[in-house]
Design a protein around this ligand. Structure first.
Ligand SMILES: [Zn+2]
Length: 208
C-alpha cells in the first residue's frame, strides 16, 4: 500500500537512504499484470529462500516508499505480505517500530463498523481514491519464523492488512470504488495498462 497523501512527504525522507545500501530491489508489477488478478496460494515452511524473499520485499517496499507490499506485486502468486508502519509513526505513534511479515494470511471475520479513507497502491502509481473498509478484522497468519497468530486488528493496521490481503485474492483497491469515480479514473487505468505513466521506482508493465 502506498502511504496516504498527507503522510507521503515524511515517508520519502525517511527512506531515501535505503537506496545507498546494497539491497535487492525488485520491479513492482503494475495494474494490468495478470498476477494481480490471481488468487495467491499458501506456502509451506520449506518454500525456497523464504527469508531472502521477505528481505527483498522489505527492500523493494522501502525503495518505493510504501507501507505495505504483497507478493503478487512482485510477480509471485503466494500469500506473503510485508508491512512497515514505523514510517508513519510520527503521525501515529502507536506504530513505532512496527514491521511485520504476514505469511499465509487470511481474514476470518470483519467487524460491522466501517470507515472511509484515501488509499494508494504501489501497483497503481498516481491514483488515490477513497475506500470504505471494516475498522476491525479477525486475522490468522504465520510470522517470518512460521509461528501461528490469531488476532483481532483495528485502526490503521486493519485498513493496511485489508488492502494487502486484497492483493492475495486478486483484488486491487480501485475495485472498491463506486461506478462514478471508476468512470473518472478509467482513462488513467487504460494508460497504466499501456505503460503510459511516470513512476519513481522500478516497475514491470503489462505491454500487449
Ligand atoms: Zn496495493
Amino acid at each position: 500500500m502506498k502511504s496516504v497523501r498527507q503522510l507521503s512527504c515524511r515517508v520519502i525522507w525517511n527512506h531515501r537512504f535505503f537506496d545507498i545500501v546494497n539491497n535487492m530491489i525488485l520491479p513492482i508489477y503494475t495494474f494490468g499484470q495478470p498476477v494481480l488478478r490471481a488468487v495467491a496460494e499458501d506456502i509451506t515452511p520449506d518454500y525456497p529462500n523464504l527469508k531472502e524473499l521477505v528481505k527483498n520485499m522489505y527492500d523493494t517496499m522501502h525503495h518505493a516508499e510504501g507501507i505495505g507490499l504483497a507478493a503478487p506485486q512482485i510477480g509471485l502468486a503466494i500469500r506473503v505480505v510485508v508491512v512497515d508502519l514505523d514510517v508513519i509513526s510520527e503521525d501515529l505513534p502507536e506504530y513505532k517500530g512496527f514491521l511485520r511479515t504476514y505469511i499465509n494470511g487470511h481474514i476470518i471475520e470483519e467487524g460491522e463498523e466501517t470507515d472511509v479513507m484515501d488509499e494508494g497502491c504501489l501497483s497503481l502509481p498516481g491514483i488515490h481514491e477513497s475506500v470504505r473498509r471494516a475498522t476491525k478484522i479477525h486475522v490468522q497468519y504465520l510470522d517470518e519464523d512460521m509461528n501461528p497468530h490469531d488476532e483481532w486488528v483495528e485502526g490503521y493496521l486493519a485498513r493496511v492488512i485489508q488492502h494487502e490481503f486484497d492483493h492475495l485474492e486478486g483484488h486491487v483497491f480501485v475495485d472498491h470504488v463506486g461506478p462514478l469515480r471508476k468512470k473518472m479514473i478509467k482513462s488513467k487505468l487504460i494508460n497504466m495498462m499501456k505503460g503510459n505513466f511516470r513512476c519513481a521506482y522500478k516497475v514491470k508493465v503489462n505491454i500487449k
